[in-house]
Design a protein around this ligand. Structure first.
Ligand code: AMP
Length: 208
């Protein structure tokens, strides 16, 4: 299975991709996580990416495409992968298509998690991550257990200003991927509003 998860920031792409990893036994590849790791490690890539991420802008295509090209060549991705947060521009989608076609591979499905803009800002501002388990919570909608409360982290780009910039980037640069993948018969929209488990259930149905 080669799956792409798309949707606005805060749609639940990371949460849902993590929930599917066990069932499908394919790696979850999140460009956002890869950039955050590089920022933390202070590598040249991280320093470059941080300049864009801080303000909610997209990291340039050449950098992002290079990162994904290297990642999907690894042996664990031979049997499939779940891409989360990539592609985010038509140029990235075209690059992905050409990377896969040189290996005679295709995408199986592009799942678009549909969440209205009005819900995005509150979802993002209340989002917290447990750095030990990687689990994502929401202070109101998916409250963390009391024991992990003290170690939760708040992403530094999960502020209201950055969130609005990310939404604008989504509408300008990423939304054109909807007709792009529709024209290839790959796009499946899934309602991303509701309890985490019911959304996972809808995704299983879409993948069945
Ligand atoms: P995410 O964790 O997917 O919300 O990504 C966090 C940030 O990383 C984004 O706001 C961008 O600055 C950067 N980023 C992640 N994936 C991409 C991508 N495919 N293209 C460009 N920038 C990206």
């Amino acid at each position: 299975m080669r799956i792409v998860f798309m949707g606005p920031p805060g749609a639940g792409k990371g949460t849902q991709a993590s929930a599917l990893v066990e069932k499908y036994r394919i790696p979850h590849i999140s460009t956002g996580d890869m950039f955050r790791q590089a920022v933390k490690a202070g590598t040249p890539l991280g320093q470059e990416a941080d300049r864009y991420m801080k303000s909610g802008k997209l990291v340039p295509d050449e950098i992002t495409v290079g990162l994904v090209r290297e990642r999907i060549k690894k042996s664990d991705a031979r049997g499939g992968f779940m891409l989360d947060g990539f592609p985010r521009t038509v140029a990235q989608a075209e690059a992905l298509e050409s990377m896969l076609s040189t290996e005679e591979m295709n995408l199986d499905i592009v799942l678009m998690l549909d969440v209205p803009d009005e819900l995005i800002v509150s979802r993002i501002i209340g989002r917290r991550m447990d750095p030990e388990t990687g689990r994502i919570y929401h202070l109101d909608f998916s409250p963390p257990p009391y024991e992990v409360m003290d170690r939760l982290v708040h992403r530094k780009d999960d502020t209201e200003d950055s969130c609005r910039a990310r939404l604008t980037a989504y509408h300008e640069k990423t939304a054109p991927l909807v007709p792009f993948y529709e024209s290839r018969g790959l796009l499946k929209k899934v309602n991303g509003v509701g309890a985490q488990d019911s959304i996972t259930e809808r995704i299983h149905e879409a993948l069945a």
